[in-house]
Write a protein that binds this ligand. Structure first.
Ligand SMILES: *Cc1c(COP(=O)(O)O)cnc(C)c1O
Length: 832
């Protein structure tokens, strides 16, 4: 039973801010869609379903990319331009239809054309499944980078795996997360081009033979035990205004022989397919392992599979064009997105030394000059290491190469004045402390000319902590490239209403150049502009309220403050802190229901890794608190709690334009950058956050008055942990916090089962590693500052406008321009 003061009324979707199309453009789009519906889908307008219309439309849009795609490739060859290869085990793409239409300037022509055909284009939006080939921020970054590389006309390929099943579909049942396989390909994929003619052999296992050559140098021949095939599927990625189109090439695994005919004919129908199943397993699923390494052998097979296929492919392309492999670093830059593709170091060396017969030192020089490595995490559990015996068995020659690389590297390290046993064991590629494991982060570091972190604070910590000693051996390699987001998706497409205001206020250049947003500055006190911003935000909130009602049957008031925390569920991201504050607020409202409270809707969304029990318990707690709060008539117009299931890119696009407050409350020093923080600030949400990751740089840019910073700093976190993480004293000092914990432990939120959340409360009380309790009071106080500002409407809107005005720097166009100049050495052409 839930009542709200206002019903969620339907709103018209805002039009894209692009120019009005001509009749001829609309007619051409109409004809193209009709032709696809007839000749590619095989349906007519009478029998066509929304899915048929979606496929016809997507194919018509794809046609518009092909000519510029081929032209981009031709120009790259003709001009001998250097190419960038972005190797990433994850690409969290989302839907492509509106993205592609937007970049090609086709949105309004196609909307009108479909309207003529009796189809509402907005309805087609939700027919397209999300391509969720990533876990979270890291995968989404790769997708934003693909957009920016194309928009800056950088010739680039993204290389990854075409998982049959992307990130699991989250269902919340009785408050608990359940995981189901996601089936994005079950109705085909209109964006992809299969390239069955381009196939590479990928090998595993077997042994290595050393052959003495007449010159007395040993040559190594790998006799692999197993071969599978990698087949590419290409998706064209059009940049802004369609000037340049790049390729996302995703590899699918298949067996060399589809079945064993002898076994089949002798009646063993299942056994005949065993090899096929074993091979195809490699591209079957994405590991749902955000921030922690999946220890499975299959994961290593996936990593080597896509690295080997990608290196073979790019070297084939390079040598076909330039003949000589030695010019690789001049014409190719390979960026390793985290350690997942780190085996590239050994594999490239193997190709150069064993297959191309380049002397070791020269091969090493080529390797280091070609590779760059991006570090995404300092969490020890997320830094990949592989057991030496596993590598020896699966990739015997690569393991030999790693040993040799390590021997030469340790010789170099020994010459340093800092060198001693501790130092050498810390820089070694082999971790001898945990049963001999290869440190993939170290391998990527040693084999790359550039190692970058993803925010100023994170890069600083990379240098001071995990790679402190390696940085002494190879000084000057560590650098920073603060993450960014593509404004095309996260502003223009997700929030067309706001974009239109920005075009009207700052000029149409805003669409090409994010830095032009600062033209908003002189007008941030303008009440007419506040009203326009307010109207757009309200429309977006009404649309989100409708979604919440449809999916959860909860009614929320669009006039309330929408307080949003959307990201993977992880203890370091501290959804728990937010829930504790929610409970405290709830208790305060119940105690004084007639005080002037700011009405709030607490919105949570996010997935927990399937095996991460604490995170799943946090989801349960959020849902149980929601149950109690939402059905309590005392707070009915003041507080609502909502957990929206199955967080993905499309849901983010609905929530972000409707957010008033952005929760970025990680334990300082633990969030590498964050990009959700940027998306929300860009759309005018104010941030409540710690000095962590890119929050630090957002704070610098938006200014003290336009953000709510609270909590321990990175240094204070370290000091606090050193002093012990039992929270007995902290809790004893905070009446409110003690009450909240007691409420949870009393079973108010888990009637009949007071012990349900014991694993959470015990951790909070006795080993609060994430310092939730230590930051609770300052967080609660910061939330009351939020309330105070909210009540001053003009001040709130001014701060909101200043957020949008001052975060242009967080465009991934800026990030990619920095990679291009400082790591890849490739020219860029501004997006406009
Ligand atoms: C941006 C984004 C993320 C990253 O969010 P953070 O708050 O930076 O952790 C994760 N998932 C999706 C779907 C996103 O769009």
């Amino acid at each position: 039973m839930s009542i709200s003061t206002e019903d969620a009324e339907a709103v018209e979707p805002a039009r894209s801010p692009a120019a009005t199309p001509t009749e001829a453009q609309i007619a051409a789009a109409r004809d193209a869609i009709n032709a696809k519906l007839t000749y590619a889908v095989g349906k007519n307008a009478v029998t066509a379903s929304d899915r048929d219309w979606f496929v016809a439309t997507a194919l018509a849009v794809r046609d518009r990319m092909v000519d510029p795609w081929i032209a981009s490739s031709k120009a790259t060859y003709a001009e001998g331009r250097k190419r960038v290869y972005y190797l990433s085990l994850e690409f969290l793409i989302g839907r492509l239809l509106f993205d592609a239409m937007n970049n090609l300037g086709l949105t309004e022509a196609f909307r009108a054309a479909l309207g003529d055909l009796g189809v509402d284009m907005e309805r087609l939006r939700t027919v397209e499944p999300d391509a969720a080939l990533g876990n979270g921020g890291l995968g989404r970054l790769a997708a934003c980078f693909m957009d920016s590389m194309a928009s800056l006309s950088i010739p680039a390929y993204g290389y990854g795996i075409r998982y049959d099943h992307g990130l699991f579909r989250q269902v919340v049942k009785g408050g608990w997360q359940q995981e189901y396989p996601e089936t994005w390909l079950s109705f085909g994929n209109p964006w992809q081009f299969e390239r069955p003619e381009v196939v590479y052999d990928i090998q595993f296992g077997g042994s290595v033979e050393a052959i003495m050559t007449p010159s007395g140098v040993a040559r190594y021949v790998w006799h692999a035990a197993e071969t599978i095939e990698a087949v590419p599927y290409d998706t064209p990625i059009p940049g802004w205004r369609g000037r340049h189109v790049n390729t996302l090439r995703l590899w699918s695994a298949r067996a060399v022989d589809p079945l064993r005919l002898d076994a089949f004919n002798s009646g063993d129908h299942i056994g005949a397919l065993v090899e096929q199943v074993r091979a195809e397993t490699i591209s079957k699923i994405l590991y749902p392992s955000d921030e922690s390494a999946a220890g499975q052998e299959l994961r290593l097979r996936q990593e080597y599979f896509f690295v080997s296929a990608s290196l073979q492919d790019l070297i084939h392309r390079h040598t076909r064009t330039y003949g000589d492999i030695r010019s690789l670093p001049d014409k190719v830059a390979i960026q390793l997105n985290d350690t997942h593709p780190a085996i590239s170091v050994a594999e490239l060396m193997r190709i150069l030394v064993d297959l191309r017969e380049i002397p070791w030192d020269e091969a090493w020089d080529i390797t280091v000059r070609t590779l760059g490595y991006t570090n995404h995490t300092l969490l020890p559990e997320a830094l990949e290491t592989w057991p030496v015996p596993l590598l020896e068995r699966l990739l015997p020659r690569q393991m030999q190469i790693i040993y040799l690389v390590n021997a030469i590297h340790l010789e170099k390290a020994k010459k340093l004045p800092e060198s001693n046993d501790r130092f050498l064991s810390s820089v070694s590629l082999i971790d001898e402390n945990n049963g001999r494991r290869v440190r993939m982060g170290h391998l990527a570091f040693i084999g790359s000319h550039s190692i970058n972190g993803v925010s100023a604070l994170h890069s600083d910590l990379v240098k001071k902590t995990i790679f402190h000693d390696l940085d002494l051996v190879y000084p000057g390699r560590v650098n920073n490239k603060t993450n960014g987001i593509t404004f095309r998706r996260w502003l223009h497409e997700a929030n067309p209403g706001l974009t239109r205001i920005l075009v009207d206020t700052c000029g149409p250049e805003i669409l090409d150049d994010a830095t032009v947003l600062d033209r908003l500055e002189p007008r941030v006190g303008d009440t007419a502009l506040h009203d326009a911003f307010g109207a757009v935000r309200r429309n977006n909130k009404v649309a989100l309220a409708k979604l919440i009602r449809d999916r959860l049957d909860i009614r929320v008031n669009p006039n309330a403050l929408f307080d949003v925390q959307i990201k993977r569920i992880h203890e370091y991201k501290r959804q728990l802190l937010n829930i504790l504050e929610t409970i405290a607020l709830y208790q305060a409202m119940r105690a004084q229901p007639h005080k002037e409270w700011v009405p709030r809707v607490k919105i949570f969304a996010g997935k927990a890794a399937a095996s991460y029990h604490q995170a799943k318990l946090i989801i349960k707690l959020a849902n149980d608190v929601a149950q109690v709060v939402n059905s309590d008539p005392t707070v009915r117009d003041l507080l609502k709690v909502v957990f929206l299931p199955n967080y993905n890119v499309s849901l983010a696009e609905m929530i972000i334009p409707a957010a008033d407050l952005s929760e970025q409350i990680s334990t300082a020093g633990m969030e590498a950058s964050g990009t959700g923080n940027m998306k929300l600030a860009l759309n005018g949400a104010l941030t409540i956050g710690t000095l962590d990751g890119a929050n630090v740089e957002i704070h610098e840019r938006v200014g003290d008055d336009n953000i709510f910073i609270f909590g321990l700093t990175t240094e204070e976190v370290a000091a606090r942990r050193a002093a012990g993480i039992d929270a007995g004293d902290t809790i004893a000092k905070s009446r409110m916090l003690a009450d909240v914990l007691e409420a949870i432990e009393s079973g108010i939120f888990s009637p009949g089962e007071p012990g349900r959340f014991a694993a959470l409360t015990t951790a909070l009380r006795h080993h609060d590693y994430f310092l939730v309790t230590a930051d609770f009071d300052s967080y609660y106080a910061a939330q009351r500052d939020v309330d105070a500002l909210w009540l001053d409407r003009a001040a709130w809107w001014k701060a909101s406008l200043l957020n949008t005005a001052r975060v242009g720097w967080f465009s991934s166009d800026r990030t990619i321009a920095e990679y291009a100049k400082e790591i890849w050495n490739v020219p860029v052409r501004p997006a406009g």
